[in-house]
Structure formats: structure tokens, C-alpha cells
Design a protein around this ligand. Structure first.
Ligand code: ADE
Length: 253
């Protein structure tokens, strides 16, 4: 999968792209991450990329020419052959796990990191095909948001994570939050790892994990239970949980 990232601050990406899974998927040839400096496409003498807004008001607005030029020079002039052009902006549609899954199906994605007060509206209207927000807060620019989006997509690609299928049990992939994890030692400061996890009984472990995921989702993000795929056994467990909580109050796990 090929990513083009258009930014005024290419140096922000080097560290994140150079370690851990993002470094590995590039070394494996699974992913190409190419960062383009929008300033390189500003052809005036001072390489100006932003100007004050027409009509007055504070802040600066990113000019259309360098952004159009950058995207067209890198991806070609034909919009049909370049994959989605995504602007990172707090006004975009909410980025979620299901949007990550949707975008993981493309061969090429082009991400534009906005800055300052925003980008000239003609970029949105005539170049951009999608707009994403990573949450209801305002960052100083879209670079962090672009890294978040890329990270969430890349780890979904087959072969990206060490153990094949590891992304499938992630929180949100199942529609539920994941339950607790434990590793050695079996007893730490007197706190024990639940016996079922050490029992070696695969079916009991799977059931316990499922119930822990249901419990945690109930406690922290109950609205997810409205849309998560649940079977008979899950519903029965949730019924018991409701009784337990009605009686004794929720434990906060
Ligand atoms: N740029 C600034 N804030 C942002 C956000 N919340 N999501 C995406 N891009 C942004």
C-alpha cells in the first residue's frame, strides 16, 4: 500500500515512521510511506504557502496553488488514478476502526495535513475527496492526525503484525473493548493471575475472555453493546451482569 503525505513539516514524520511496526512494514515492502514538503511546490521566490484570509480575521490560510501542484505532480493529473485525497481537519468525518478498515482496502492514499486556520476552500471543493477528524479537539495541525490514521490502517494489512490475525481481537474490531491481559509472574505483590488463564483449558479461557470483554465494555462504553454482534451466550451473560449490578453495584474493571 502506498501513502503520500503532504505537509509543511516533513521532519515530524521521520521518527514515527522509522521505528517499530511502521519501520518493519516498510522494510518488508508491504507499505511505502512518502512524505512530500508542500513548500517544495511553492514556486514564488519566498516559497510562500500561506496568506491572511480574504475578508480579514485572524490566522493564516494555506494557499491553493502549492497544494494542487504537489498532489498533481506526485500523483498525476488524473484524479481517477490517484486514490482518495484525504484532508485531515477537525471538521472531517470521525475516524473510527471501521473507517480504518474501509481505507485499508485502497492501494494508494494521499493525506494532506492542514495547518494554521485551515486550507483555501478550493482545495476542499476541487482536490480533496474525503475529510477525516481523529476527535473532537483541535490540534495545531493535521500531522499527528495523519500519523494516527496511517498507523491504524497499516496494522490492519495482512502480514503487518507478527502473529497473523492479532488485529482481529483488538478492541473495536470485535465491537467490544478487550478484557484484561496478564503475563508472568503468576503472583506479583500478592496479586494473582486468574486461575482460568493458567488452566490450559482453551474453551474456558475463550469464554472468560469474552465475558471480561463484555464486562469491560458494559462498564466503560455501554453504547458499544448496542451495535456489537452478540450471541445467545453473550446476552445471557449481560443479563446476569445487569442483575449483579442492580444488586451490588458495578465493579469498575
Ligand atoms: N487538525 C487539527 N485538529 C485535527 C483533528 N482533531 N483531526 C484531524 N485533523 C486535525
Amino acid at each position: 500500500m502506498h501513502f503520500n503525505i503532504f505537509t509543511l513539516f516533513p521532519e515530524m514524520f521521520g521518527c514515527y515512521f522509522g521505528v517499530s511496526i511502521l519501520e518493519r512494514v516498510q522494510a518488508m515492502g508491504l507499505v511505502e510511506l512518502v512524505v512530500h514538503d508542500i513548500r517544495d511546490f511553492a514556486h514564488d521566490r519566498h516559497r510562500v504557502t500561506d496568506e491572511p484570509p480574504y475578508g480579514g480575521g485572524g490566522g493564516m490560510v494555506l494557499k491553493p496553488e502549492p497544494i494542487f501542484r504537489a498532489v498533481e505532480a506526485v500523483t498525476g493529473a488524473d484524479p481517477a488514478r490517484r486514490g482518495p485525497v484525504i484532508l485531515l481537519t477537525p471538521q472531517g468525518r470521525q475516524f473510527t476502526q471501521s473507517v480504518a478498515q474501509e481505507l485499508a482496502g485502497y492501494e494508494q492514499l494521499n493525506l494532506i495535513a492542514g495547518r494554521y486556520e485551515g486550507v483555501d476552500e478550493r482545495v476542499r471543493a476541487h482536490l480533496v475527496t474525503d475529510e477525516l477528524s481523529i476527535g473532537d479537539y483541535v490540534l495545531t495541525g493535521g500531522e499527528l492526525a495523519a500519523m494516527v490514521v496511517i498507523d491504524a490502517i497499516v496494522r490492519l494489512l495482512p502480514g503487518a503484525l507478527g502473529a497473523e490475525g492479532a488485529a482481529e481481537s483488538d478492541s473495536y474490531a470485535t465491537g467490544l473493548l478487550e478484557g484484561p491481559h496478564y503475563t508472568r509472574p503468576a503472583i506479583y505483590r500478592g496479586w494473582q493471575v486468574p486461575a482460568v488463564l493458567r488452566s490450559g483449558h482453551a474453551a474456558n479461557i475463550a469464554r472468560w475472555r469474552r465475558e471480561q470483554a463484555l464486562r469491560r465494555t458494559w462498564n466503560r462504553r455501554p453504547e458499544l453493546l448496542l451495535t456489537a454482534p452478540l450471541d445467545e451466550e453473550d446476552r445471557f451473560f449481560l443479563g446476569r451482569l445487569a442483575e449483579e449490578i442492580g444488586g451490588a453495584g458495578a465493579d469498575s474493571s
